[in-house]
Write a protein that binds this ligand. Sequence first.
Ligand code: AMP
Length: 479
Amino acid sequence: MTFADLGLSPEVLKAVDDSGYTTPTPIQEKAIPFVLMGRDVLGTAQTGTGKTASFTLPMIDILASGQTKARMPRSLILEPTRELAAQVSENFDKYGKYSKLSMALLIGGVSFADQEAKLDRGVDVLIATPGRLLDHFERGKVLLNGVKTLVIDEADRMMDMGFIPDVERIVSLMPPLRQTLFFSATMSKDMRKLADKFLMNPKEVKVEAPSMAANTVTQGLVYVKKREKRPAIRQLLKDDAVKNSFIFCNRKKDVDILLGSLIKHGFNAGALHGDMSQSHRMETLAKFKSGEIVHLVCSDVAARGIDVSNVTHVFNFDVPIHSEDYVHRIGRTGRAGMEGHAITLTNKGDEKYLTAIYKTIGKEIPMITLEGMEEISAEGLEIDSRSKRQSNGRPPRENNSRRVRKPARSVDSEAKVEQKADSKPEVSETLPVRPAKPKKTQRPRRSRYGRDEDDTPVMGLGEHVPAFFKIEMRKSAEK
Ligand code: AMP
């Protein structure tokens, strides 16, 4: 099957050709003809399957005829996170370069004025996160009764993030006669119920996570004590095979601590988490993509769904609490059939999370032993005694926690979700800084950009561990 067989226009085919794609992916093959027919589509597919093109390509053709009107977008794509919304808009730029479509991206963290100017001129495609779209609607800057094509992308993630009431409200503002494309990585009973509310006689399309990744990511587990984690990650990063990496922490405060530590030790690193301003996030991501930043320490919230090719390594500084996050995280490497490595640091207390991960991925992760463990242990002991010395010299805990409490800031849900994660018990190497609670009087912003979604392919469940480690398969891994 070729793209030409799918019924796309010569303009779109040319843009696809320029992108270097020769064959449609399964989701593209299954969905595009039905989208072009004007049918509603209920798609079960993750990111990484080519899902975005499965709706952007036919939409470009559908929107080729028709006129824009001020403040009345002709189509709407809802995404759970700013990064995903930005990625979809990049797709429209790429595939729509021979078509004359206008597009606006409505996401939090960027100026309203620019977005409003675009809406005023009239747009064919509006890509938005739910909160920011409702902000614009309430300000009278956008009307949704001209929307003829609606895409609800990453619906399960929208549900996880509590966005469904906003999505329902948005849909209620649209004409009932429209085409709706609904995509979700998983299709639970709740998800199907939700889809039933929005779709009319949909064509169901389903693709499994791409199997190509299955053998391209080698995985390993390194057992360390909590205090040894920072020296261990530095040791891992020193390996020549590590050209660049994502380093995932469960809590955003650990992102900052680890970043500080890496920079202090001379590593070229940056951070990405939900407390950063949108412009800072975009800038950091662009620097990572261009190679200006080599290691990106991040939280799940900020890094989900990010499509960066050529990432050689993923390190889990912490074992993720939710097993699906493990799959998403390791999916940042080994993309597009390339080789990738995913190494997870684990310590006592992680057992139940690891068991859940093994269940999700269908096997255990082989244990590996790091070279230089003696030095790492010594450094860990030094970190431990330093932090004990520091805390001995400090005033009692309650006073101190009050003293270090950060001023309340405007809270969007992304920060809230991370604060929730932050509140999980942990034994930190450093004095914990409690997350700031929003002031009661402060009205939380409507926009609730929360956890990023990324539903990347189920990644490599490679059997062998990287050659650059001294390997010691533990009993548990041999079962
Ligand atoms: P997505 O699932 O939409 O996030 O796409 C994942 C990656 O696959 C992106 O980097 C796309 O540019 C790429 N991609 C999409 N369609 C194709 C295709 N037909 N052939 C090769 N790569 C593709």
